[in-house]
Each structure stands twice: as structure tokens, then as C-alpha cells.
Design a protein around this ligand. Structure first.
Ligand code: PLP
Length: 430
């Protein structure tokens, strides 16, 4: 088949716009008439810097990212960020705590402090106060929570909420905010805005994490790998937002980190490796150190400029398509997901939507198919018939089974319509 015959609902990597790929194919052979392809140019070339700067500017424009945030392109995927967020924000916590202790010791300069006294006070603070809060609402936040425990030790990681406790051991709901057990002053509160495997999306920014009128509030970290660029979010409420490119932004190979500059040097330099060693905390690998990546405009080491180029082209296309930027794409994403959910709801005898209605994802639509009391057989039949119609990638994640229609930005309204029509036809003929 040709790619025009297929509407691909896979969870990621996702479809890329054909015109972007055609342009990229040309750029791979000969970028801007330089005779060299985009993947062959040095990451130290002006071309690379220009591509990075343009992609950063376009992302900032599309999402309204304020000037006091930086955008980093990194390697290591979303999974790498499960670790990087821990290293970097624990580092920021240590730096702030160190300043507090120096103040208590009555010195302004670290070199003037009694080093044994400083280290012992800091170690005591780490042991008694350091906490990382995780909201576990699906498979990906669970992985991030487990990684934090693996790196630091479980005693430092607080499971502030776990959806499975209110849903018979399964994900699919988000517990009431009033039930969350947040720590007093955590190094951060972490959540996954859209759980790709479980089809659960936070309907909006959690009120209990919102900043106070004076701007103070918890340090919030969010994984937006699977819903970035599909809706507006209050950037100012976050300290770090990260996302892999491979769903709504571009090709697999770069991960984007949007970070508040006040968490980076010079405002908040990372503690030295020797200090971390003395207080028993892990030392971050240099490629995962935001400070180093930021200082080098994402070119500390060889970055896949091709992947940044693709992301840049997708952003240009979004900006050209939607004069009102992310709001325009959000309206389209909402309409597409409503169309699909409505088709599912119209046939409750055949389709059962997995997550609770209040937290249904607009991006990953998870459901079960049952005909004559049989689910496995009906789902095989559903997948087979869908594939015959060019509707592919609909198989659910291997850990949960069922059907998952990933409704990323590259699914056109027409593609969503085709799926809705198929849902109707399949149920009517069942
Ligand atoms: N976070 C979310 C929400 C995801 O959907 C995924 C992958 O699908 C990841 C993290 C992990 O990303 P990666 O495979 O790039 O490490």
C-alpha cells in the first residue's frame, strides 16, 4: 500500500506529515544547496545552530513560552528524562538548601564556611527533608516513580497518589486532589499529563499545584510526551516540562526539555560532584545535566540535527496552519476525539471505553470490543477489518491489551471521521 491509503493510529512513533517528509528527504541529500545532506553537516556548523534557534523560537511562539524559560534538545528519550529530572532537581534542591545552611552558619561565601559543619548539616537535611512527590496515574508515571526510587533509594520518593488504589488495581481514574498526600516542601511534584498506555489525560492543570499569588508554589515537573502541541497549558506553573519528539513533534531521536531559567546556572548552579559524593547523592552523567546542555545551546555533544530539523518543519507547518497557534490545533484535537468517543458511546453493547469519562485522553483512545460475550475474538476481527480499510496501528499496548486509537496531531479530521464510520459500521454489523 501507499502511505495515502493508510490512516495510522499507532501510539508512537506517529505519522509525520507527508510534505514535511518530502522536504526532509531532499534535505537529506542536499541541504540548502550546500551539496551535503542535513544529517552530514557538522553539529558545529552555523546551519545546525540556525536550525536549533529557529526550532526553539517557533516552539516558544506556538506554545507561548515566556522568556524566563529555556528550551533544550536532548538525547535519551522520555525514559532518559525520568532520570534527568531527578538528578537536576535534586541538585537544585541541594543548592538551595546549602544557601539556607550557609545563612544559618552566618557566612555568605561557601569557601568561608567550616566544610565539615556544612557537609554534616547538608547531609542531615538530605536524610530528613529530601522528598520527591509522584502522582502515579498510569504506566509512564509509574516508570518515572520507579526510576527515582532506583536512583536515590525508595525512602526519598513519595507516592503522593496512585490511581490503582481507587480503581480495582487498575489505572483509568485520577484520585481527587484532596486525597493526594503531598510532602511539605518536595524537591518537585511529578506527573504525566497524558498516559499513553492507559488513555488517561489530566483534564487541566491540578489546582493544588498552582502557584500562590506571590508566585511561590511547588516545583512542578510534567511529562507531556504524548499530548504536547495539542492543547494550551500554563507554562508558568511548571519548572520542567519534557517530551519525546516522536508523537506530536517529529521523528524519534530528540527529547525536548522546557525549563525555568531560575533552575539553571547562574541562578542555581548544580552542586559539585565532590559535594554530592560527601552527602551520599548520585552524580549526574554530564549528558543529562541541564546546566551543561543549556550553556551549550544543546550542542555540548553531537545532537541529531536532522531530528531537530524535522521538529522545526512540523512547527513551521503548525504555525502556518493555525493563526491562533496551539489554540487552533487544540480545537481540532478536541473535535476529532469527540467524534471518536461519540461513535464508541453510541454502541455501548459492543464498545467499552477503558478510562473513566472524567479523565479520558484526547490523544490515546482506549477501549474494548465485545461481540456475543467474546472479547479476544471480537478484537482480532476488529483489527483485521480495520486494517483492510487502511485503519492501522489500533492494537492496544501489550501490557493492557484491547484497542487503542492514538489521535495525534497528524491524524486529520478526515482520518478521525473514517475511524468513527468504521466504529459505527462494525458495531452495526456485529
Ligand atoms: N512518557 C510517555 C508519556 C510516553 O508515552 C513514552 C513512550 O511512549 C515515554 C515517556 C518514554 O519515551 P521513550 O520511549 O522516548 O523513552
Amino acid at each position: 500500500p501507499d502511505r495515502t491509503d493508510i490512516t495510522y493510529f499507532g501510539a508512537g512513533p506517529a505519522l509525520l506529515p507527508t510534505d514535511v517528509l518530502e522536504k526532509a528527504a531532499q534535505a537529506l541529500l542536499n541541504f540548502n544547496n550546500t551539496g551535503l545532506g542535513i544529517a552530514e553537516h557538522s553539529h558545529r556548523s552555523q546551519h545546525a545552530t540556525d536550525i536549533i534557534n529557529q526550532a526553539k523560537a517557533d516552539l516558544a511562539s506556538y506554545l507561548d513560552i515566556p522568556d524566563d524559560y529555556d528550551v533544550l534538545f536532548m538525547s535519551g528519550g522520555g525514559t532518559g528524562e525520568f532520570s534527568a529530572t531527578v538528578y537536576n532537581l535534586v541538585g537544585a534542591w541541594v543548592t538551595k538548601k546549602k544557601l539556607e545552611i550557609l545563612q544559618q552558619l552566618g557566612v555568605t561565601n561557601e569557601a568561608d564556611a567550616n566544610q565539615d559543619e556544612l557537609v554534616s548539616a547538608l547531609k542531615k537535611a538530605v536524610d530528613s527533608e529530601l522528598k520527591l512527590d509522584y502522582l502515579v496515574t498510569g504506566g509512564w508515571s509509574l516508570k518515572a516513580y520507579q526510576e527515582a526510587g532506583r536512583l536515590l533509594g525508595p525512602e526519598f520518593v513519595n507516592l503522593a497518589t496512585d490511581s490503582r488504589t481507587i480503581n480495582n488495581g487498575k489505572f483509568g481514574k485520577i484520585p481527587e486532589e484532596s486525597s493526594w498526600k503531598l510532602s511539605k516542601a518536595p524537591a518537585f511534584v511529578y506527573y504525566c499529563d497524558n498516559e499513553t498506555v492507559d488513555g488517561v489525560e489530566f483534564p487541566k492543570f491540578p489546582e493544588s499545584l498552582a502557584p500562590q499569588a506571590d508566585g511561590s508554589g511547588p516545583i512542578v515537573v510534567a511529562d507531556m510526551s504524548s499530548n504536547i502541541l495539542s492543547r494550551r497549558f500554563p507554562v508558568k506553573n511548571f519548572s520542567v516540562v519534557f517530551f519525546g519528539a516522536q508523537k506530536n513533534l517529529g521523528s524519534t531521536g530528540v527529547t525536548v526539555v522546557v525549563i525555568k531559567k531560575s533552575l539553571l546556572a547562574p541562578a542555581c548552579p548544580q552542586p559539585s560532584p565532590s559535594l554530592l559524593r560527601k552527602i551520599g547523592l548520585p552524580i549526574p552523567p554530564v549528558v543529562f545535566t541541564y546546566e551543561t546542555i543549556a550553556k551549550n545551546n544543546s550542542l555540548y555533544n553531537t545532537l541529531s540535527i536532522f531530528d531537530v530539523y524535522i521538529a522545526g518543519q512540523v512547527l513551521k507547518k503548525l504555525l502556518n496552519t493555525y493563526p491562533d497557534k496551539v489554540d487552533g490545533q487544540e480545537a481540532v484535537a478536541n473535535a476529532k476525539s469527540a467524534l471518536i468517543y461519540n461513535a464508541l458511546e453510541a454502541h455501548p453493547n459492543v464498545y467499552k471505553i477503558v478510562p473513566d469519562k472524567s479523565v479520558r485522553s484526547r490523544m490515546n483512545i482506549c477501549f474494548r470490543v465485545t461481540v456475543n460475550g467474546e472479547t479476544d475474538k471480537a478484537e482480532s476481527e476488529f483489527l483485521k477489518k480495520g486494517t483492510e480499510l487502511g485503519l492501522t496501528g489500533l492494537k492496544g499496548h501489550r501490557s493492557v491489551g484491547g484497542i487503542r486509537a492514538s489521535n495525534y496531531n497528524s491524524i486529520t479530521p478526515d482520518g478521525a471521521k473514517k475511524l468513527a464510520q468504521f466504529l459505527n459500521d462494525f458495531a452495526t454489523n456485529a
